[in-house]
Design a binder for this molecule. Structure first.
Ligand code: ADP
Length: 493
């Protein structure tokens, strides 16, 4: 039968989804399973890797039976996944030897402190693009080898395999035939050298990780094996970590393209091209999605801890609003703010300030300031924080950005998007279809299958609104310098 569809497996922190796309990039069906979180101790977060695999198959079964699409009509599968989450399993039985340790899990902070004490910080930054932090997979893998009885011995005997969720799913989907991952996921492990594009011997030695455990790393759009679905082989042709998949799904495969996901926090990525840059502003360097016969592009990554979460704070702590969506009408109902700034440093100040002890603050309150003004200043803070990170990225890369592609829940706010464009003096481009992470995985899979090309995906991603800057430079400078001085006054010392 004609291969009309591409399927994305979107395995996130809180849910596991299967989505069928047609060749126009439209969604035909979605099925979603919620994922149980395990918190065995304070700061620990685990997932049941076997449940993730079963949920993924079930979600796929659901979309297939709901639509009546035949497996032979599916050109390929693309996988996008929560990044850094670590699984170790028995090579022969395919059974995990421990629950998956989730990216959020902080248990390996002491291991990170030891690596820092061993003087590895500069090496890690220059070779893996990362900072030493429990966030990344390497120390989680070391913890499993150290703490699960007999694990290191079995690993040294070649009996155990390591993978991030993509690797794990592929191993299971291919019935143990393939132990593979892609550049974007490998670059989040802290044991992969993003300069040489190979596993990093020095980091493996520092953590006692046998190289026999590691997956083969290949292009994000390439052949990862196939799923035998009711006797029909469906190839898996795309794999990428969620943030890089979102950049790709936004059409961000060219240098100078940037995306921001406005969710609970905000995640920014800027494609910086073939040159490996080491950030001077505390940003991460990571690998963007790669395609066959091309060297991968690098990307700078920065995150904002408190994005849409500040809107939840307005709603749940201050009771200023009932729903996040009300904020747009409130913002447009009052005149531009004069010198009022909310700095939502509720979890410290992130890039480029890096002040973990800072606490949130409000500056410029006068007698006429009420609920609406506070709401508006909180919305605007998302745009100012985004400018802080983008300016840091531009300083690191010495380049400029073409446009900012946006997605995530708060990108629905038209006032915020226009203000973002005004403050950045850059066009802000919001797509029709906001499922850009899944679409990115589908693009990767569809390119290898010959459904799309790097050029034709540009036409598949449809723009909904382009916000163009209208603010004059004097006003922009005044507002932003007001923000910067509010941040200065928010710092802990
Ligand atoms: P996540 O994937 O992190 O759960 P979402 O992408 O679903 O987040 O976005 C939800 C966040 O966006 C919430 O923090 C919410 O407060 C915020 N949000 C949703 N709609 C709006 C809106 N119209 N204006 C401002 N913020 C919004």
């Amino acid at each position: 039968m004609e291969k009309k569809y591409i399927v994305a497996f979107d395995q996130g922190t809180t849910s596991t989804r299967a989505i069928i796309f047609d060749k126009k990039g439209s969604i035909i069906a979605i099925s979603q399973k919620e994922l149980q979180q395990y918190y065995p101790k304070s700061g620990w977060v685990e997932h049941d890797a076997s449940a993730i695999f079963n949920d993924q198959l079930e979600a796929f079964d659901n979309v297939m039976s709901e639509t009546g699409i035949d497996a032979s009509e599916i050109a390929s599968i693309g996988i996008t996944n929560q990044r850094e989450t670590t699984v170790v399993w028995d090579k022969n039985t395919g059974e995990p030897i421990h629950k998956a340790i989730v990216w959020l899990d902080k248990r390996t902070t002491p291991i990170c402190d030891q690596l820092k004490a061993d003087g590895l910080e500069t090496y890690v930054k220059e070779n893996t693009g990362l900072v030493i932090d429990s966030y990344f997979s390497g120390t989680k893998l070391k913890w499993i080898l150290d703490e699960v009885p007999g694990a290191r011995k079995r690993a040294e005997a070649g009996e155990l395999l390591f993978g991030t969720i993509d690797s794990w799913l592929i191993f299971k989907l291919t019935q143990g035939k393939n132990h593979v991952t892609d550049h974007s996921n490998a670059s989040r492990t802290m044991i992969y050298n993003i300069k040489t594009l190979s596993w990093d011997e020095k980091m493996l030695q520092a953590m006692g990780i046998p190289s026999s455990m590691l997956p083969h790393v290949q292009e994000s759009s390439s052949d990862f094996g196939s799923l035998d679905y009711k006797g029909i082989q469906i190839p898996i042709y795309g794999v990428a970590g969620d943030q890089q998949a979102a950049l790709f799904g936004q059409g961000g495969h060219q240098p100078g393209m940037a995306k921001n996901t406005y969710g609970t926090g905000c995640f920014l990525l800027l494609n910086t091209g073939k040159e490996h840059l080491v950030s001077k502003n505390g940003l991460l360097t990571t690998l963007a999605c790669s395609v066959e016969n091309e060297k991968p592009n690098y990307a700078l990554e920065g995150s904002i801890f408190i994005g849409g979460a500040s809107i939840q704070w307005l709603r749940d702590q201050l009771n200023l609003i009932d729903h996040a969506a009300e904020t747009e009408a409130i913002c447009t109902s009052i005149p531009p703010l004069e010198d009022l700034y909310v700095v939502p440093a509720f979890a410290g100040l992130g890039a480029p300030y890096w002040d973990a002890k800072a606490k949130g603050s409000i500056h410029g309150i006068t007698l006429d300031i009420g609920k609406k003004e506070l709401t508006k200043a909180t919305v605007e803070a998302m745009a100012y924080q985004t400018k802080d990170v983008i300016d840091a990225m531009l300083e690191d890369s010495g380049s400029s950005i073409v446009s900012l592609k946006v997605d995530g829940g708060a990108s629905a706010n038209n006032y915020l998007m226009q203000f973002q464009s005004d403050i950045l003096n850059v066009e802000v481009d919001r797509p029709k279809m906001l499922e850009v992470t899944a679409l990115g995985a589908a693009f990767l899979a569809g390119i290898k299958a010959g459904v799309w090309t790097l050029d034709s995906i540009e036409e598949v991603r449809e723009r909904e609104t382009l916000f163009s800057p209208t603010m004059n430079q004097e006003v922009r400078d005044k507002k932003y310098s007001g923000w910067q001085s509010a941040v200065e006054r928010t710092k802990s010392n």
